[in-house]
Design a binder for this molecule. Sequence first.
Ligand SMILES: [Zn+2]
Length: 286
Amino acid sequence: MLIDSHCHVQFNAYKNDAEEVIRRSLEREVKMIVVGSQASTSERAVEYAKKCDGLWAVIGLHPVHLTSQEVDEEEINFHSREEKFNYNFYKNLATDEKVVGIGEAGLDFFHLPKNLTLAEVIKIQTEAFEAQAELATELNLPIAIHCRDAHQALLPILQKFCKNGRLQNRGVAHCFTGNWFEAKGYLDLGFYIGFTGVITFPAKKTNPQQQLNLIEVVKNTPLDMILVETDSPYLAPQEHRGKRCEPWMVIEVAKKIAEIKNVPFEEVAEQTVKNTLNLFSKIKIS
Ligand SMILES: [Zn+2]
């Protein structure tokens, strides 16, 4: 068994066949944490989780949805609407027993809207992130962190939050693609590191060092601090590159970790499931 700790099977990419996609993954013994990115997809994540055994929801507001802009991700383009973080809406949604965490929340300085200055974007994103860290603290839930080109800004916020027993359940740096120095910043605070299909990609000719750095992070991160995920529908592993990603493909991510760490696949599967259950402690597997 594996748990895809971060996927979006409630997104429009699956609007015609979500049920089949979920079934295909469950048949391969892959359970799923369905992560919201805004109000509508958070609600839908809870709806799916309630309907289905082996699915749980994480709810929150992704930084790219705080401003209006074009987003282009691996052949999937969308226009994000401007949404404000409504604390009580998410707090209310989180009362459902199948909601196991808050997120994805964080900072994204890669996708920048054209009509705002960087300082304005930082302010908007920081406020929404802090509000979600506050909610996670209040509800005693872990937080799923999205961070792109912004670790230096995000880590000090987490450090501030983790003081005095706050944000006690910590969280996960989801879809980690940074270097070891950045990864250590999260690990030192007790955060897990989430790896996606990106670890299976070949090095880019234009910047081979980036992939070498990421492999070094996989090597150095203790297996008991690693979560596996797909971030479906994005980032299909190399085996399936170019296709729509589905949660069962998380098998490729676990295989790659086993290869890099030179341990059996079963050990990676067993330990990452254990880690996921440790972090998202509201998950009950019957
Ligand atoms: Zn995501």
